[in-house]
Design a protein. Structure first.
Length: 226
C-alpha cells in the first residue's frame, strides 16, 4: 500500500470500546424530567421513550442518523414539556456522563507512529458528540486531522456520503486511503463503496461475501501492512 496517504478509522470496536450505563442514565433522566415538570406515570414515560428509540432504529436501518437533540425534543414534546436548548443540553450532558469509552491497549503508541506518516481521521456512527469529547479527554484528538461523526452529517456508515466527506476533507482519492474497522457491512463495504482500500479487524462477526483487502486480529497490527 505504498500509495496510501490517509487512514480513516472506525472508533468503537476499532480503537476503543464504549458503553452506556443505561440504568444510571435512565434514573437520572427520569429524576430530571420530574424536576422540570413531568407529572405523568412511568408507563406513559416508557411508552414515549420506546417510541423515540423505535424512530431512531428505523432511521438507522436506512443509514439516516437523527441527532440526539432532535430525538429528545420529540420526547419532551410527547411528555408535554417545554423544549429549550438548555434542557436538551442538560440531557445530552447526562448521556455523555454515563457513556464510558476506554482506549484499547497499544492504540496511542500506534497513532503516534502513524500520525507522522499519514493523514488520520475518525469516521464513526454516533448520535451524540461523546466520541469527540472522549477523544479530547483521552488526549487522542490531536492525532486526527478530522473527526467525522454521523450526527454531524445526518447519514451513517456504510452510506457513501460519510466516507466521501472524509476523503474530500483530507484532499485524497479513495485509492489513496484505507479505512480500518471491525464491521464487514458497515466499515469494509462502506469503504469499498468509496473506492478505498479496506482493513477488517476480525472479531466474532461471521465471514460473508464482503471481502476486505486485508485482515488483522488487532488494530495494532496495522503498521505492519505499510
Amino acid at each position: 500500500m505504498n500509495q496510501i496517504k490517509a487512514i480513516t478509522f472506525g472508533l468503537d470496536g476499532t480503537l476503543a470500546h464504549g458503553a452506556l450505563d443505561s440504568e444510571s442514565f435512565q434514573k437520572e433522566l427520569v429524576d430530571y424530567l420530574k424536576e422540570i415538570g413531568y407529572s405523568g406515570g412511568t408507563a406513559a414515560l416508557n411508552k414515549s421513550r420506546q417510541a423515540m428509540l423505535e424512530k431512531m432504529r428505523k432511521s438507522q436501518a436506512r443509514n439516516i442518523e437523527l441527532r440526539f437533540d432532535l430525538l429528545y425534543s420529540n420526547l419532551l414534546f410527547d411528555l408535554g414539556l417545554e423544549i429549550t436548548q438548555e434542557r436538551l443540553d442538560y440531557i445530552e450532558g447526562l448521556y455523555n456522563r454515563f457513556f464510558r469509552i476506554d482506549v484499547l491497549p497499544g492504540v496511542k503508541e500506534m497513532l503516534v507512529d502513524l500520525s507522522g506518516k499519514y493523514k488520520l481521521a475518525i469516521v464513526a456512527n454516533a448520535v451524540t458528540n461523546v466520541s469527540r469529547l472522549a477523544l479530547e479527554k483521552l488526549d487522542l484528538a490531536k492525532y486526527f486531522e478530522y473527526i467525522v461523526l454521523s450526527r454531524d452529517l445526518g447519514v451513517r456508515k456504510p452510506d457513501l456520503e460519510i466516507f466521501v466527506y472524509a476523503l474530500r476533507s483530507m484532499w485524497v482519492k479513495g485509492s489513496e486511503a484505507v479505512h480500518v474497522g471491525g464491521s464487514l457491512e458497515i466499515d469494509v463495504q462502506g469503504g469499498k463503496n468509496a473506492g478505498m482500500n479496506t482493513v477488517w479487524i476480525k472479531g466474532d462477526e461471521e465471514v460473508t461475501d464482503i471481502h476486505p483487502d486485508y485482515v488483522i486480529s488487532n488494530v495494532t497490527e496495522l503498521p505492519s501492512l505499510f
